[in-house]
Design a protein around this ligand. Sequence first.
Ligand code: NI
Length: 255
Amino acid sequence: MIDTHAHIYADQFKEDIAEVIERSQEAGLTRIYMPNIDHTSIDAMLELELQYPDFCIATMGLHPCSVNSDFEKELYIVEEWLSKRDFVAIGEMGTDLYWDKTFVDQQVEAFNVQVEWAKKYKRPIIIHCRESLDMTIDLVEKLKDDDLTGVFHCFNGSVEQANRISALDFHIGLGGVSTFKNAGMDKVIPSLDMDHVVLETDSPYLAPVPHRGKRNEPAYVQLVAQKVADYRETSIEEIIATTTNNANKLFQFNA
Ligand code: NI
C-alpha cells in the first residue's frame, strides 16, 4: 500500500515520527510520497527522506497557498533544487480559491511554469485544487502533451469531472474526504475508472473516519482503501493491488 500524499515532515510529527513510520509499516505501507509546500518545508522534508531512504520520497514544487507577491523568489528556489538533483514528481502545485483569491493570476502563472519543468524533466505533477477544480482541469487540458501526467490530489469532485481527468490520463487521489458522510463520494467512487485512482492521506490534514478532526497519519490510508472497497463492493486487497500498481506507474517506480 502506498500513501501518495503525506506532509509527514510537518511540525505535527516532530515528537513521534519514528512511531508514525513504524505504524505505517505495520499497516502494510511500502512507500510514502511527500509533496513539498515552499522554501520553509524543504529542509525537514529532505532530512526525513535521508532518514528513511526508499520509503519516504520527496517531491519538489510550490503549493498554491504559498503563492503570494514573493512567488517568483519561491519558484527560483524550486528551480534550483530541480537542477541540483532528481525528484520523482513536481508538486505540490495548483490553484486554491478557498482562502484567498488575491493571487489567482500568480497561481496560474506558477502552475504554467511548473508544468514546463515537469515537461523538461519528464516528471508527473501533483495537483492541489480547492474551489477551482474545473478551472484546473481546463488548465491541464490546455497544457497536456503526450508526456504530461499527474494526479489531482484530494479529489472530491463529480463523476463528470473524474471522467475528464481520466480522459487526460491523469490520476485521482482519494483520501480521508472519501470517508466523510457529507462528501457524497459514495455516489462518485463506484463510477470511477479504477486504473486512474491512487490512495493518499494528506497527513496531517483530513483524517478519515473515525479519526476525523484529529491528526492524520499514513497508516490511516488503509481506512480509505477499506471505504473505497465498501463503496465498490469489492475486497480491500483488490483496491490495494490496483492503486499500488497505479502509483508505481504514476511515479515511474519499478517495484
Ligand atoms: Ni498536500
